[in-house]
Design a protein around this ligand. Structure first.
Ligand code: PLP
Length: 395
């Protein structure tokens, strides 16, 4: 082991007993280069972050230009910072009426926390509803509505008054009542191994929320920004949330989260008590300009259409007796092998062949395909050949 790797294990807190431990020195488009010069085709995109590819020139240019203007000047919400205003203006312009006010924070989980607080404020209720198998982040509020006991049991007590519903179970919708402040749903579940609910169930969910006055919160931290073949996954279902939660690709490769609601509702955070949610670094100008530039690239280059095309190509090419199913939409895919050990061997095999894949924390029998949305046809073909090869030799 070299000195850098030793130090990685000795001095940097670890989250897993078995990290991939690649030492990347350069990244561009859909490719990563390690210190030893080996190149890897990236099917992970920093876990659904680098939608416009690594170091897109427009994003890098925007970051450099902002570095020459100013960095942090004051905690969120006091100064008129043009990067924040312009980004919020552009984002809300792409969203339905009613989602017209953006609050920028630092991560997906912080955005979930703040959305829960806002929902309680708006409704005056305390009940929360989450979904079985969901993942919403690692802080206490997010864990409370996460439907995965393995992630939660060490952290109890968590928030009280939380119920869980299952995708496509109509009978569960009666758990949403006049006491429910918010129902938090990933419109397509990510960490669960990419699970797509039926359009009928989503529509019934929307109706039940309207009937009971419960707010519908869509967690699009992973599904947002073209990943599933529409700019936001909720567009596919024709159900508009009351609060939209964003993260990951939002910041164009820099850390950022956000929640979006109506201006009237967002105004509740300014009184009784004032400063209803505060953050020092939320809306930092660097992720704002990077996110703005990435959004322009996404729209201008129609990367959502590329996500659809390349997603379909993956599905067409990934046919093998060991593959039980390729689930998902656009470039948010799960390759189901039905065998945890095989998944590990195939992911390792792909890595040796220069293709970076990754498993799901809550669905160890499948591995994910979530590359940058700029991935090209020849790269998809190369990735699929490596996966087929790894499947053949994974004994
Ligand atoms: N929500 C979803 C759907 C996620 O996939 C994640 C992270 O994977 C989060 C929330 C939490 O985001 P973050 O890791 O930025 O806190």
């Amino acid at each position: 082991m070299d000195a850098l790797h030793s130090s990685f294990f000795d001095h940097l807190a670890q989250t897993s007993p078995d990290p991939i431990a690649l030492d990347i020195v350069h990244a561009e488009g859909s490719w990563l280069t390690a210190r030893d010069g080996k190149r890897y085709l990236d099917l992970v995109a920093g876990l659904a972050v680098n939608n416009t590819g690594h170091r897109h020139p427009k994003v890098v240019e925007a970051i450099k230009a902002q570095c020459d203007r100013y960095l942090h000047v004051i905690p969120y919400g006091e100064f008129v910072q043009e990067p924040q205003v312009r980004f919020a203006e552009r984002l809300t312009g792409l969203l339905p009426a009613g989602l017209d006010s953006v609050y920028f924070v630092n991560s997906g989980t912080e955005a979930i926390e703040a959305a829960l607080k806002l929902a309680k404020r708006i409704t005056g209720r305390t009940g929360l509803v989450g979904c079985h198998k969901s993942y919403h982040g690692s802080t206490h509020g997010s864990l409370s509505i996460t439907g995965n006991e393995a992630k939660k049991y060490r952290n109890r007590p968590l928030l009280p008054d939380v119920r869980f519903i299952t995708f496509n179970a109509s009978e569960d919708l009666s758990l949403i009542t006049e006491d429910t402040a918010a129902v938090v749903v990933e419109p397509i579940q990510g960490d669960a191994g990419v699970r797509v609910p039926s359009a009928d169930w989503m529509s019934a969910l929307g109706t039940q929320c309207k009937r009971t006055g419960a707010l519908l919160v869509f967690d699009e931290v992973q599904t947002g920004f073209g990943r599933t073949g529409t700019l936001f996954a909720f567009e596919r279902f024709g159900v508009v949330p009351d609060i939209l939660v964003l993260g990951k690709a939002l910041g164009g490769g820099l850390p950022m989260g956000a929640f979006v609601a109506s201006r009237e509702q967002m105004q509740l955070l300014t009184r009784d008590p004032v400063l209803g949610h505060i953050t020092t670094f939320g809306g930092h100008p660097l992720p704002c300009v990077a996110g703005s530039a990435a959004l322009e690239v996404l729209v201008h280059d129609d990367l959502t259409a590329n996500a659809l095309r390349m997603g379909a190509l993956f599905k067409e090419l990934l046919v093998h007796p060991r593959i039980q199913e390729v689930r998902g939409e656009g470039l948010m895919l799960a390759v189901e092998l039905g065998n945890t050990d095989l998944v590990r061997r195939v992911v390792r095999g792909c890595l040796e062949k220069g293709v970076l894949g990754f498993w799901f924390l809550s669905c160890p029998t499948a591995f994910r395909i979530a590359p940058p949305l700029v991935i090209r046809e020849e790269e998809v073909r190369l990735a699929c050949a490596a996966i087929q090869d790894a499947l053949e030799t994974a004994d």
